[in-house]
Design a protein around this ligand. Structure first.
Ligand SMILES: Nc1ncnc2c1ncn2[C@@H]1O[C@H](COP(=O)(O)OP(=O)(O)O)[C@@H](O)[C@H]1O
Ligand SMILES: [Mg+2]
Length: 161
């Protein structure tokens, strides 16, 4: 597990950018953290690092649920906050996205935790990069990065810099 602290949105963008530049097609990033923690801000950086044009505006998918961009590879940015029922979650076509040759970034991945088995995610998700964000102060954010079951991935992601 790796920890980073940022003190403003710019630092969070840079942190995201470092990670984004190391991601490859097929990677899945799960972003845990409360409202306003900085999940969307970090995603904006990840997208830049993954080759998205800096003039592309990365909106929060709060209402669209799924936004798709074209970086070096396709990038899906997903926000599950508003989803309530199992049915809503299952009807999004997430499985196809997660297992595609794209980078997938998911806010509120708690919604994918299996009801029956709290240690497991839906769709058989195993390999993933978990990022947990904690608000330490108004502008201070702590990020922990945990690659989970990524031993077969060819290139290491960490250290980030
Ligand atoms: N260090 C920081 N990194 C990221 N955002 C920060 C930081 N400090 C303050 N903020 C503020 O926190 C909010 C983060 O918003 P956002 O990225 O949309 O959060 P989330 O997607 O987790 O709900 C923004 O209003 C931003 O200005
Ligand atoms: Mg958000």
């Amino acid at each position: 597990m790796i920890k980073s602290i940022t003190h403003n949105t710019d630092e969070t963008l840079q942190l995201g950018k470092s990670l984004g530049s190391k991601l490859i097609a097929g990677d899945l990033v799960l972003l845990f953290g409360d409202l306003g923690a900085g999940k969307t801000c970090l995603t904006q950086g990840i997208c830049l690092g993954a080759g998205l044009d800096k003039n592309t505006y990365i909106r929060s998918p709060t209402f669209t649920l799924i936004n798709e961009y074209q970086g070096v590879v396709p990038i899906f940015h997903i926000d599950l906050y508003r989803l309530e029922t199992e049915e809503e979650i299952m009807s999004l076509g997430l499985e196809e996205i997660i297992y595609s040759k794209a980078i997938t970034i998911i806010e509120w991945p708690e919604k994918l935790i299996s009801n029956k088995k709290p240690n497991e995610f839906k769709f058989g998700i195993e390999e993933r990069i978990e990022i947990h964000i904690f608000s330490k102060d108004e502008n201070v954010r702590e990020f922990t990065f945990s690659p989970v079951l990524l031993s077969s991935r060819e290139h290491p992601i960490f250290p980030l810099l």
